[in-house]
Write a protein that binds this ligand. Structure first.
Ligand SMILES: Cc1ncc(COP(=O)(O)O)c(C=O)c1O
Length: 489
């Protein structure tokens, strides 16, 4: 689309988008049943990634129906769907115009959908629980009677768990005492509580882009403003420079970062990056919230640099961790490392809201931390094998996709060939039995529809079956009929 075209398509008295042109952009043979929904998604993807300008007049229903070889009712239903979802406006007497949905301020939380029989789930990057979890709960039950004489409220967490977490930080090069550790309900609970303590409405918060969607959701709920900084795993020094500039230009109050095997890109900051980043941000009074949920997931035997907090003065960095990716998300135990008085403030707020964390889960977490290093050997082996299976299957079945090989984390951040939209792909795959999270979920402002995050947290058979569905769906977009997944799991 040239600038002249964009102006012509958007001008009040202009010709609007020619039906033939829109049909070409959509791909004439790519629609699949239900046709109206597929057409609406196609237009939405074009607006989201900028190939159709916002404020362009869409073709008359009759013209687009003729250009696509569908009924006028189909086009009419598609336009209605676009209007209902906020991607188009009807203007009295002058047709249908593209627009972006209003930012409601609050984005729906990204909660895993209920597991469905036969559905392959590649929307969530969360490994299944290893046998150690059940063993840990057995040990926890045996230890529980020691705590029964007390009232059971331990607002900062079980002392023996805080001590174990402190030991792990110390072993990673960040001397820590149990008093600097607060037990929280998973990293999500820690991130929410820390953001609430650090920033409020209108505050700017530097975030990596792409990044973990739930952190963006929390900022939206707090009405804080994310300041996205591009994160490219191949050039993390550029991210460090970008974060410095962004913080300076926006007078940011905080930064939310995933320094190890970031979700979704798998990018990690080197020791030098960390040092530079923390020094630059603390000079500008920006508190760093370091989400270390992925820190244990180095897949190539490499040493992970010391925590970000080791580079800053006390209080410059708040660190968050959990057992969710190293062990299992169902345990729901996480921790925050910070200095008092911030930690006391967060503890008081959390105690008001939740009372305290369950004693049994914390005892199980103690047992899991005691056996963590041995369990991680198996977890990393399993993830490495699954990553390699997924990479091979994708490169064979979809050779025009960009499939990177991250050296840690849980997911591949794939680039799609020109014209392929991950939101359309996700909608195409769901009825075929594969659930995906579209790339745009990981960005602000509709970015990354040309990317797809594929977790390698499932067994090889599921990953191969998922790639079969992806290939069939991508084939459907190229004009071939979609096939059903041959494997029902
Ligand atoms: C970067 C990051 N932080 C936190 C979480 C959630 O962690 P938890 O289950 O401990 O709340 C996730 C889960 O995907 C994540 O990717």
């Amino acid at each position: 689309m040239t600038t002249a075209q964009a102006l012509e398509w958007s001008a009040p008295g202009g010709s609007g988008v020619p039906a033939d042109r829109l049909a070409t952009l959509l791909g004439r043979d790519t629609l699949h049943p239900p046709l109206y929904a597929s057409l609406a998604l196609g237009v939405r993807a074009l607006v989201a990634d900028g190939r159709l300008p916002v404020g362009a007049r869409l073709p008359a229903e009759r013209d687009l129906a003729a250009a696509l070889g569908v009924s006028r009712v189909t086009v009419s239903a598609a336009y209605r769907r676009l209007r209902e979802d906020g991607w188009a406006d009807a203007r009295q007497g002058s047709g249908t115009w593209t627009r972006l949905p209003e930012a409601s301020g609050v984005v729906a939380a990204w909660i895993p959908g209920a597991p469905r029989q036969g559905l392959l789930d590649l929307a969530h990057a969360a490994p299944s629980g290893p046998p150690e979890v059940a063993d840990a709960y057995t040990a926890a039950l045996a230890a529980l009677p020691r705590y029964l004489p007390g009232h059971g409220y331990l607002p900062e967490g079980l002392p023996e768990l805080r001590a174990r977490v402190a030991e792990r930080y110390t072993a990673r090069g960040l001397p820590t005492t149990a008093e600097q550790v607060l037990v929280v309900p998973g990293a999500s609970g820690g991130v929410t509580a820390a953001m609430r303590a650090l920033c409020g409405a209108g505050d700017r918060v530097v975030v990596e882009h792409p990044g973990w969607p739930n952190a963006l959701d929390v900022l939206a709920v707090l009405r804080a403003r994310p300041v996205p900084v591009a994160l490219d795993p191949g050039d993390t020094a550029a991210f460090v420079a970008g974060a410095h500039r962004a913080a300076r230009q926006t007078a940011a109050r905080a930064a939310y970062l995933v320094p190890d095997f970031s979700n979704p890109t798998g990018a990690s900051l080197s020791a030098q990056d960390r040092e530079r980043l923390v020094v630059s941000l603390q000079q500008q009074d920006v508190t760093v919230l370091a989400d270390e949920t992925m820190v244990d997931l180095a897949l190539e035997g490499q040493r992970v640099p010391p925590p970000l907090a080791a580079s800053g003065r006390p209080g410059a960095v708040v660190s968050i961790g959990s057992l969710s990716k190293s062990v299992w998300a169902g345990v729901r135990v996480g921790w925050m490392r910070a200095e008092r008085p911030l930690l006391s403030r967060v503890a008081a707020a959390m105690s008001r809201e939740h009372g305290a964390m369950p004693v049994l889960d914390q005892l199980a977490a103690c047992a899991l931390l005691d056996g963590l290093d041995a369990a991680l050997v198996r977890r990393r082996e399993q993830l490495r094998e699954q990553r390699d299976v997924l990479v091979r299957a994708l490169r064979t079945a979809l050779p025009d996709w960009g499939v990177p090989v991250p050296d840690g984390g849980l997911a591949l951040w794939c680039s799609l060939p020109p014209g392929t939209s991950s939101s359309v792909l996700a909608d195409t795959c769901e009825p075929l039995g594969l659930r995906l999270a579209s790339g745009s979920r990981f960005g602000t402002g509709h970015a990354f529809d040309d990317r797809l995050r594929l977790p390698f947290t499932q067994p090889p058979a599921v990953l191969r079956a998922a790639v079969d569905v992806l290939a069939a769906a991508a084939g459907a977009s190229a004009g071939r009929a979609p096939a059903r997944s041959p494997l029902v799991l």
